[in-house]
Design a protein. Structure first.
Lengths: 115, 111
């Protein structure tokens, strides 16, 4: 079975540009999570969805960040405009509520560098 | 604030020794706990979970949970250089399904 798929794997952009990160969760999973990881702050939850509906976006750092999940198999995280402090690895994870512990499975991540 | 705390390390152990990784959590409502292993440049990979007080063993790994003291630990027996990674502790606290992650402990196993 395919795991969580993220694209692109690496993104280098200049300050002020729009960045779109993409995620395809494991088929059948009903939760999707977006995380950001940096050396300084570790793994931070940005937003999560249940059945395509955003449940908690309190971790989204500011209005420059937005996330959508138009269907069960696709989600995007957009940063507009991007800033150098947004440089980090962004992970998408998915889980299935009917599994007893709802464990999360992570994608390979997108390494974002904003110059 | 639902916090999960870990000693960032680095923790170094010789090959064949037992590595002990610890984690504390602040919310008594936390119900299940997870250990993820993350190799440098890779994504977190689930290696153990526990939800009942006591020990849970899986191969060389043992997870321990003490809800009264609000701590979780991971023991790695017969440590191997391939165990060198960052280990992330996570807690799931209802009513939401989000995990609260610690900042991770870096482990190096010295051949």
């Amino acid at each position: 079975d395919a795991g969580v798929i993220q694209s692109p794997r690496h993104e280098v952009t200049e300050m002020g540009q729009e960045v779109t990160l993409r995620c395809k969760p494991i088929s059948g999973h009903d939760y999707l999570f977006w995380y950001r990881q940096t050396m300084m702050r570790g793994l931070e939850l940005l937003i999560y969805f249940n059945n395509n509906v955003p449940i908690d976006d309190s971790g989204m750092p500011e209005d420059r960040f937005s996330a959508k999940m138009p269907n069960a198999s696709f989600s995007t995280l957009k940063i507009q405009p991007s800033e150098p402090r947004d440089s980090a690895v962004y992970f998408c994870a998915s889980s299935l509520e009917s599994r007893p512990l709802n464990e999360q499975f992570f994608g390979p991540g997108t390494r974002l560098t904003v110059l | 604030q639902k916090e999960v705390e870990q000693n960032s390390g680095p923790l170094s152990v010789p090959e064949g020794a037992i590595a002990s990784l610890n984690c504390t959590y602040s919310d008594r409502g936390s119900q299940s706990f997870f250990w993820y292993r993350q190799y440098s440049g890779k994504s977190p990979e689930l290696i153990m979970f526990i939800y009942s007080n006591g020990d849970k063993e899986d191969g060389r790994f043992t997870a321990q949970l003490n809800k009264a003291s609000q701590y979780v630990s991971l023991l790695i027996r017969d440590s191997q250089p391939s165990d060198s990674a960052t280990y992330l502790c996570a807690a799931r606290t209802p009513p939401g399904n989000q995990f609260y992650f610690g900042t991770g402990t870096s482990l190096t196993v010295i051949p």
